[in-house]
Design a binder for this molecule. Structure first.
Ligand code: GLA
Length: 377
């Protein structure tokens, strides 16, 4: 068994190339005077990645967000049964490599076990759900007090349609103040942690207006909120640059830091404009393989590189407002966009499947170091 595992690992290592280019600049050094460059990490860290990829992660990035291991279903699958092993290992890996840790996420409509919302055969009361939320947040945030620098306290609470709040069990059972309560609990658990509201599409259109109003109200009420996370799951050729520029400025004027928390570019495009992981079926219906145009990959990667550079130019302009920009995946093969609404070979991040830097990597570095060009192969 062990031998087979070794052979399998050797095959994976061979498939991804011999090394991960120590000759290229690093994202974290290029942006060292501006903001941290983060990456989303899968767990268990030691099994999810071959050694070369861990090496690439440690070399290129100085901030990290766990993809799944700190979500409610991973941490407390049943009431008072906490499973911290993967999160502990993730935290230890980040500390070993001097990467700032961003915890993700305490309150969300997705990846949250049903027991939170049930009391026997009946729905939980507001009191019971608040009690459970308090216990969950105190246990998780308390465990990593002083080690996890910041937390996504509430994820994706704003409605994609005409309502202010998304229709979730959190909102239905607790009411409008579920967000405020969660932030107060997190502050109680670690008063020095930076507490963040995180969402997609809040940089433009009606969700921007709703987010601005909601965040302003939270600040005015004295809720301990420090930052807003613009997820940044953008779509190629449809990135709303002027709106992103404006949104960062407006959120910052409220006295909040603004972070780009889940950056990727859907290089193939899609009809469904949201990033709700439950929005997948809507995507499948509109992107049947037979109706998709053939992809010219080199052209696509060049176009993507230009669009990444435009984004980073905006982030750089707002560097005093931004603490970190997190890329949602270390290499293209790991991205959720290969599976969102159906299986597609997508090209959303800065390294390719062989762990080699893409044109977008060099264009991102080029924003702050214009002399950097892609070395000849
Ligand atoms: C949302 C969540 C993330 C992740 C992505 C898809 O943006 O916040 O945790 O699940 O969807 O990878």
């Amino acid at each position: 068994m062990v031998r087979w595992k070794a052979i399998l690992l050797a095959a994976v290592v061979a498939a991804i190339g011999e090394n991960t280019r120590a000759d290229i600049p690093t994202l974290k050094d290029a942006y060292a005077h501006d903001f941290q460059i983060g990456v989303c990490i899968s767990t268990p860290v030691d099994k999810a990645y071959p050694p070369q990829e861990l090496d690439l992660i440690a070399r290129q990035f100085n901030e990290a967000t766990p993809e799944n291991c700190m979500k409610p279903d991973a941490i407390e699958p049943s009431e008072n049964q906490f499973t911290f092993d993967e999160a502990d290992q993730f935290v230890a890996f980040c500390e070993q490599h001097h990467m700032a840790i961003h915890g993700h996420t305490l309150v969300w409509h997705s990846q949250t076990p049903p027991w939170f919302f049930k009391d026997g055969d009946k729905p939980s009361s507001r009191e019971l759900l608040l009690k459970r939320l308090h216990a969950h947040i105190l246990a998780e945030v308390g465990r990593y007090k002083g080690r996890v620098h910041s937390w996504d306290v509430v994820n994706e609470a704003i409605d994609d349609g005409t309502h202010l709040y998304r229709n979730t069990k959190w909102h239905k059972i607790i009411g409008d103040d579920f967000i405020e309560q969660a932030f107060r609990f997190a502050h109680e658990a670690d008063p020095s942690a930076e507490l963040q509201y995180n969402d997609y599409n809040i940089d433009s259109g009606p969700k921007f207006k709703k987010a601005l109003g909601m965040l302003k109200a939270l600040k005015e009420k004295g809720v301990p909120i420090d930052s807003v996370g613009i997820q940044g799951h953008w779509i190629i050729n449809e990135i709303p640059y002027p709106e992103i520029d404006k949104a960062i400025g407006e959120f910052n004027k409220l006295g909040l830091k603004v972070n780009i928390t889940e950056l990727d570019i859907d290089a193939l495009g899609r009809t469904y404009k949201g990033a709700d992981i439950n929005g997948g079926p809507r995507l499948v219906r509109t992107t049947r393989p037979s109706t998709r145009p053939a992809v010219n990959v080199p052209t696509l990667l060049d176009r993507e590189a230009v669009q990444y550079a435009k984004l980073f130019a905006i982030f750089h302009k707002h560097r005093d407002a931004i603490e970190y920009v997190t890329i949602w995946g270390a290499d293209d093969g790991r991205s959720w966009l290969n599976f969102f609404g159906g299986v597609r070979k997508n090209y959303p991040v800065l390294f390719d499947r062989a762990l080699q830097p893409k044109p977008a990597f060099f264009s991102v570095i080029g924003v702050v170091a214009p002399a950097t060009t892609q070395p000849a192969k």
